[in-house]
Design a binder for this molecule. Sequence first.
Ligand code: HEC
Ligand code: HEC
Length: 505
Amino acid sequence: VGALGVLAVAALLAVQDTAQGRAVYDRWCSACHGSTGAGDGPAASYMLPRPRDFTAALYQIRTTASGQLPTDADLEHVVDVGLPGTAMPGWETQLSSRERRDVIAYIKTFSPFFADTTQRPQVLEFSSAPGVNDEGLRVGRQFYDSIGCVKCHGDAGRGNGPSAPTLFDDTGSPIRAADLTQAWHFNGGSTSQDVYRRLRTGLDGTPMPSFSDLIDQQFLTDEQLWRVAQYVHSLSSEDEPRPAEVITAVRVATLPGSPDDSAWGGVASFYVPLVGQVIRKARWFAPAVTAVWVQAVHDGRSLALRVAWNDRSESPDTSWADWQARLAQAMASDDSADFGPGRYPDQLALQFPRRLSQGTELPYFLMGSSSEPVYQWRWHSAPRGVEEGSARGFETWEPQAAAAQNLTAAAVYDAGQWRVQFTRALVTADTVGDLAMPSGVAIPIAFFAWDGSSGEHGTRASVSSWTYLALAEPTPASVYITPVVAMLVIAGLGYVVVSRAQRGS
Ligand code: HEC
Ligand code: HEC
């Protein structure tokens, strides 16, 4: 065969690739990315960020300069591993390598830019990392401030810089500056090399710029940009922390007096991931709060829990009004009609069963049910305060009467983070409304969080699944005065607690 024949065969193979690729695409990708590749599949309106519009040919995760097309290897990488922190899954185990190659060939047909073979994407030259050291991290922090990362990402990197409420992507959708303390959500990977590459290439289609120009303009050196990447890397673990199975409350002589009491510094912190509430209507697909960190101590009489979570604003905050309105517009699906322009506070709820009983099922994790209510602690930023009460599903919240409130809370908002200390006696006089907290027993606990500036309220919440709280050391039996012991026995508590309490009395 002559040269023409080879070309013809190549062209035929390419056609076959895209035909096969189309079948893969229609089956696996089009529900999100749309049958014409415009990012408007039937599932798209439930996602933020939205699925990529392939007709615009703007790609985030590249090895090429800002504004350039990605290489095939870039696309292969993204299709293999997905985009962490978004709805885009990885396909490495789902599709064969042939199918993945074909589908990439097909998505490139959605834009004429890829057809222009005179413009091959040019891979940037990336240097390798200098060794990490304290001086390097200090330089990194200095440039983090001077080249403007701090404006979007904030002083502590929690995505709450002064520009954060003004950030929209190229399609006009609201976008959150990444929380640099949770690198496992980075779209393009969490190593310092990943971060360095994102800084060199920018995230096209988003407000996150490329910083290669500043190197060309000799505003900073390539090594100094590496220092920025290493500084960012120092703010977070690469991998998501292991979710807490049991939050242990250690015994201390004196409880901390406030959320920023230095005594909290020595107490183990437990990670509890949260996800958007998507079971009950109105569902919520753009949760702002993705995790809480929980610390717990007790002194044998009272329990103190410190819950910390990252939140980009102290709500209500009028500087987020436009951003919130656009979020409401972007997420206005059929079941979201009541997403009003209201000003909502930030909120946190801690949930427990009403009773500790052995061998029975836990109440429904989404705020219980009519037959099986839950006992909750609800904190809100405005008016600042906390209440104990019970819920029978999202629709009902019954705070206890003021006289029956045994809970206190103190809160600090600082650099994009809430820290709230909850304190309550382990056993209260309200034996009907309050759950007694015995030691040596796994006490089910779950969390809900709302960011008011994201319009979150009611069912539009971040939720955890049930996890457990355990008081590490036995409570002195003297705490369980006789009627309480009797009540605990009737409630059928764990053998350990009961026997200890009986021995004591
Ligand atoms: C569940 C929805 C969903 C499915 C299914 C899905 N994607 Fe995506 N995809 C997304 C979202 C959302 C984004 C954009 C995320 C962002 O902007 O951060 C995206 C982005 C992408 C990107 C852009 C990467 C970049 O660097 O910007 C590519 C390429 C892609 N998807 C390919 C595919 C292919 C191929 C399939 C099918 C095999 C597929 N997607 C299936 C949701 C989906
Ligand atoms: C104009 C605002 C803005 C500036 C300035 C900015 N960023 Fe970003 N950055 C963003 C936004 C918005 C995102 C989230 C993009 C997304 O979700 O797809 C982001 C994402 C990131 C990510 C996550 C990348 C990934 O793989 O998902 C890192 C890391 C990051 N920025 C670091 C930096 C550093 C370091 C600087 C300064 C050198 C900087 N950013 C400057 C707005 C900005």
